[in-house]
Ligand binder design. Sequence first.
Ligand code: FEO
Ligand code: CA
Ligand code: CA
Ligand code: CA
Length: 509
Amino acid sequence: DPNTVNPRTLPPFRAIPTGQADTLTLPTGFRFHTVASWGEVFTLDGREIGFNHDFIGYFPIDLLEGGKSSTEALLTINHEYVNALFVGGDTQNRTPAQIEAEMKAVGVSVVRVRKEGREWKVVMDARNRRIDALTDIELTGPVRGSAAVKGATLVKGSVGNCSGGQTPWGTLLTCEENVDGYQAAWAGSGYEAMHQGWVTEIDPFDAAWMPKKRTAMGRFRHENVAITVAKDGRVVGYMGDDMQDACVYKFVSRGKYNPINRATNRDLLTEGDLYVANFGNGSWVLLDYDKNKKLQDAKSTDGKALFASQADVLADARASALAVGGTPVDRPEDIEIHPKTGEVYVALTNNAKHGNYFGQIVKFRETGDDWTATNFLWEVFAVGGPQSGFASPDNLVFDPYGNLWMVTDNSDLATNPIKGYHGNNAMFFFATEGPNAGQAHRFAIGPVDAEMTGPVFSPDGKTLFVSIQHPGEDSESLEKLRSNFAAKPGSNVPRPTLVAIEGFPGWRA
Ligand code: FEO
Ligand code: CA
Ligand code: CA
Ligand code: CA
């Protein structure tokens, strides 16, 4: 009985075996329903939910009044990328119409939802809106107007929106991850790769506030940002660069969080210090051109200076990080902060280059439990593979008891030796204390080809929202579909969809 288990040490469900069904498979006692599928009209001006849902932000509808509603919210949904088979439909050549369809299907949806009876429904609202690849966005911070971005202060769009984070002042941070391919794919559209690859802040409650790219947080393949407030009031964000042999970063704001001045907080991420993790000696190395001679002296293979300013350092944070001794790791995906211990958990998904197909989850603790510290101790929390039963950890979320929920992504490893017995991508539960700490318990299995992304709990813990991303992605054609998940009535085309999982006992802590 899930209601009698210790909620901090045992899962509130009976774990399920691997599976390959074309649905979302859950343990006995749990159910799901679809909330927001690709293509559904949800704004007053007729815009549609985008494609390939990823990070979900849960903003209680009464957040600005200090509330934490578990029955009504503005949700933000990241739309990471499109599959031309389903969006636009022209898989052979990218006509202007195809490019426009793709540019309008990515970005972020802000969606009001309400629980009505047993199910969550989309509610029409003036705040419902799309941020896509054509939306005006302001560059802020040290790179704004610099040569690295060709002098730009205002740019078009946010793309590659993978994971993200939420700030204590109620804004979304959407992270621009895989942004390089569009320069060729969207040739002629005005797309500029150097204007992408940043963390973009969006206020779901205020459509009149132009979204801001936070260049002080660096440019790389931004997977996510896990935000917290340090003892001294500065805002700290942990971030991963999802690439083989890339690094983990920390941003510390210059200014301090003011719980009663939201307008000021919205500028906090404009200026601050960016650090990279050195896992060899457990230190954070500051990426500051003026203070670090290694950055001033860094040369490319042909002997040219790599950087001439802090803007250059931030615009190529990966090269900067490696120049100062940042540790290359196995593709850092999501990062989350334990709600009770303050430890920072990092999913290192895999690294085929080094034969690591299974990945691992590591955790670290800052010196003095101070998130602004420049030293930390780290250890391995869980290792993927045949013994543990999981492979390629990706998004993470903690429940308020401090249990970790993780979803896997085996999508892009054609040679992944675990694929044969891992089945479809799955979601796992891990206790973080007690005798079972670090043991994986399978909670859910996604539809065919799908990745489950962006898991987030309602504040009362009774609903777990999750994105069903790219169901049927490996289909050859519309005649040979591998999945029909969440197809419209009368259609068999699968649709990326935000679903709500119900059946949790809720938080009694
Ligand atoms: Fe978009 Fe690194 O996952
Ligand atoms: Ca991811
Ligand atoms: Ca997460
Ligand atoms: Ca992944």
